[in-house]
Design a protein around this ligand. Structure first.
Ligand SMILES: [Cu+2]
Length: 147
């Protein structure tokens, strides 16, 4: 009886491991000359994501196509599970996004120093991770280094 229960547990955890691996694949769209974009990709890879890198000639068009509101814009734009990830979003919030069905995407607007991929000699500016809801409103997902 106990052995059967353990076998069932093993089968269940094998299934969820496969699903987790699927969810961790992320498409990143970036300009060829963007150095901080490559650093952000390294941050994702270090946190277990499988990154598919796309070099684009027109990032503005990519952002428009994916529904990134201009107020949320940064450098690179990624896509996971059909939702956008704009700018230097930490891996923890990218993971959270993959579980949220009320959001169409998340963003770290601009390029704040101290965000992943924007390490500039230890400088850390306060920044927020903003979620864009299906209703089109902004929602603060996380506050980094608040004053
Ligand atoms: Cu950047």
């Amino acid at each position: 009886m106990k052995a059967k229960y353990l076998a069932l547990l093993a089968a269940l955890s094998a299934t969820s491991a496969v699903q987790a691996a699927d969810a961790l694949t992320i498409d990143v769209h970036r300009d060829a000359n963007c150095g901080c974009c490559k650093k952000w990709i390294s941050h994702l890879e270090a946190n277990g994501f499988k990154v598919v890198d796309h070099v684009e000639s027109n990032m503005t068009a990519v952002k428009q196509h994916l529904g990134v509101a201009p107020r949320l814009a940064s450098c690179h734009t990624a896509v996971i599970d059909g939702k956008f990830v704009e700018g230097h979003v930490p891996a923890a919030q990218v993971l959270e996004l993959s579980k949220r069905n009320d959001l169409v995407g998340i963003a770290v607007p601009g390029m704040p120093a101290g965000s992943p991929g924007m390490e500039v000699g230890g400088v850390q500016h306060a920044y927020q991770v903003i979620g864009l809801t299906k209703a089109g409103t902004d929602q603060v997902i996380e506050d980094y280094f608040p004053r």
